[in-house]
Design a protein around this ligand. Structure first.
Ligand SMILES: [Zn+2]
Length: 54
């Protein structure tokens, strides 16, 4: 594995508007959150039902 270096991407949190960095590449479509907002928005349901056509 030569993907050792973690690329950090500067983004603006979609919730609080703070500048933050994420270790993944934002796809530009999904909102990106800083750590705090990410944790506070983290879904806490264990069994989530999908209603897609799956
Ligand atoms: Zn935030």
């Amino acid at each position: 594995m030569e993907d050792e270096k973690r690329e950090m991407h500067k983004v603006t949190c979609s919730d609080c508007g703070k500048e933050t960095e994420v270790p993944f590449k934002p796809d530009g479509e999904r909102p990106v959150y800083c750590r705090e907002c990410f944790q506070k928005r983290r879904p806490r349901r264990d069994n989530f039902q999908r209603n897609d056509n799956y």
